[in-house]
Design a protein around this ligand. Structure first.
Ligand code: ZN
Length: 272
């Protein structure tokens, strides 16, 4: 089957609720078909990810270009470094994140042997490395997760200074309501992320991963080269303008949210 015909067969599959992610997912699957990307992965059966019906359809469709798909148990990356968080609280954070992602992943590859089993069997291979993300961006993403865990602990500990670590973890699992000040802090983190994503989308509208600051500032050209590849691929299958439009729509949506008082400001302006 030709790439364009294959691209058309992916058209009805909504792997995510966001249009831009749906389009990028399709480009990723095509990049796997071209041998330019080692694997594509999405989570199954959570509202932001692909439904069981789409997962089943993906498994059917991808044989057309000699690809293989499997649904496997959720992999989780090892921490880039040990977060400065008590182990019992860290376990609560990991449980929260896993619950949000779901318990299964769908992997699409050219070679069946590339489908991961348990990450503990290859502890050196991160999900980002398996998916072909640049090492600089993968490392920055893993460090970002560590910092996020530390910030979440900081919010909880400031709120409940007298609790034991175990009691604090139980309190956190119960999903407590946040005060306005805590909300400002958490939304400040979110606003910072959205601001970063806005810059990233303008510079690299086609890549599927979150580029690191080195790539964004141009001291690494790893993401630049990938973005050019995905832009050309999108042009060949008639998706170039659609991706640009979807990225623009997403940027407008984020700008509108900040105008209506949803996440705005930065951590530095909201602390102290
Ligand atoms: Zn990078």
């Amino acid at each position: 089957m030709e790439l364009q015909a294959f691209a058309a067969s992916l058209e009805p599959l909504r792997t995510c609720q966001f249009e831009v992610a749906v389009l990028k997912d399709r480009l990723c699957i095509l990049a796997v078909a071209e041998g330019q990307k080692p694997a594509f992965m999405t989570y199954v059966a959570k509202e932001r990810h692909c439904s069981p019906e789409v997962a089943a359809r993906l498994l059917e469709v991808i044989g057309g270009l000699g690809l293989v798909a499997r649904i496997v148990a959720l992999n989780s990356d090892p921490w880039a470094r040990t977060p400065r968080v008590p182990p019992v609280f860290l376990a609560a954070i990991e449980k929260l994140w896993h619950t949000r992602l779901g318990h299964r992943q769908i992997w699409i590859v050219r070679d069946i042997l590339a489908i991961p089993r348990r990450v503990r069997r290859r502890p050196d291979a991160t999900t980002g490395a398996r998916l072909g993300y640049p090492p600089c961006c993968d490392a920055a993403d893993l460090e970002g997760k560590v910092q996020k865990a530390e910030r979440m602990y900081q919010v909880a500990r400031d709120r409940e200074p007298d609790k034991s670590d175990r009691a604090l973890a139980e309190w956190f699992r119960a999903d407590p309501e946040l005060t306005d000040a805590e909300m400002d802090f958490v939304q400040g983190i979110e606003a910072e992320r959205l601001h970063y994503m806005d810059q990233v989308d303008r510079r690299f509208p086609f890549v599927p991963h979150i580029p690191c600051p080195d790539c964004l500032q141009g001291s690494s050209d790893a993401t630049q080269r990938l973005d050019e590849y995905y832009r050309d691929l999108a042009a060949r299958v008639g998706l170039r303008e659609k991706v640009i439009q979807a990225v623009q729509d997403m940027a407008n949506h984020v700008a509108l949210r900040s105008l209506t008082g949803e996440p705005s400001g930065t951590i530095s302006s909201r602390r102290g």
